[in-house]
Design a protein around this ligand. Structure first.
Ligand code: AMP
Length: 119
């Protein structure tokens, strides 16, 4: 599985940097964002190093689908209220214009009662 020794999320996926885990399986890790925008704010990452959504390849389609399908399940487990009165936001910042700071593909999942700190 591709890994980048200089990537902070690869280090988190490898357990070399601690995180507050929400979910882990063979391919995917979810952990709380260190600087949450919302009462619930966690990140879903592939364990494989994919620099951004723009770098995803056809072979990643199933993995991306699994990440999207996990988001609502984990959001409810983490305290987001059910759709439609509650719900959550999924955000994938991609590249400089997309506001991406960490260059390892990640889904932000944010929810909980408003107002939020940002967004
Ligand atoms: P983005 O701008 O989409 O690349 O967002 C990167 C996110 O990663 C930000 O919301 C950061 O707060 C979060 N982040 C950075 N380092 C860590 C870390 N060590 N543990 C958890 N979240 C982190």
């Amino acid at each position: 599985m591709a890994s980048d020794p200089n990537c902070i999320f690869c280090k988190i996926a490898a357990g070399a940097i601690p995180s507050r885990k929400v979910h882990e399986d063979d391919e995917i890790l979810a952990f709380h964002d260190i600087a949450p925008w919302a009462p619930v704010h966690f990140l879903l990452i592939p364990k494989e190093h994919i620099a951004s959504l723009a770098n995803a390849e056809p072979r990643h389609e199933a993995l991306l689908g699994r990440m999207m399908a996990l988001a609502p399940k984990l959001a409810l487990e983490q305290g987001c209220e059910p759709y439609p009165a509650g719900g959550f936001r999924v955000m994938v910042n991609t590249g400089a214009h997309g506001g991406q700071e960490v260059h390892h593909l990640h889904l932000h999942v944010m929810g909980g009662p408003r107002p939020w700190a940002k967004g």
